[in-house]
Write a protein that binds this ligand. Structure first.
Ligand SMILES: [Zn+2]
Length: 80
């Protein structure tokens, strides 16, 4: 019969390994937080379907699309 040795038991037997593991865990955590921050720095964008201008997705209409924008308005030859 083979006893399964859990990670916790291994770490209890080797304090240094436990400390190393904790450091690696902290690094992973920090990387995850940095990745999250990067995402927050760049909000989702959406292309205007009329002219291709890129706008923030938060500026989309209720249907979640940008079919027309301020730039389209300026490009409109009938706009005076
Ligand atoms: Zn447009």
């Amino acid at each position: 019969m083979t006893d399964m040795i859990s990670c916790e038991e291994v770490f209890e037997a080797d304090v240094n390994a436990r400390a190393e593991f904790d450091v690696v865990c902290d690094e992973w955590l920090n990387e995850a937080i940095v990745a999250q921050d990067a995402e927050m720095d760049e909000p989702p964008t959406l292309e205007c379907e009329g002219c291709g201008e890129v706008w923030f997705a938060s500026q989309a209409g209720e249907n979640g699309r940008i079919e027309w924008c301020r730039k389209c308005y300026k490009n409109d030859p009938y706009y005076v």
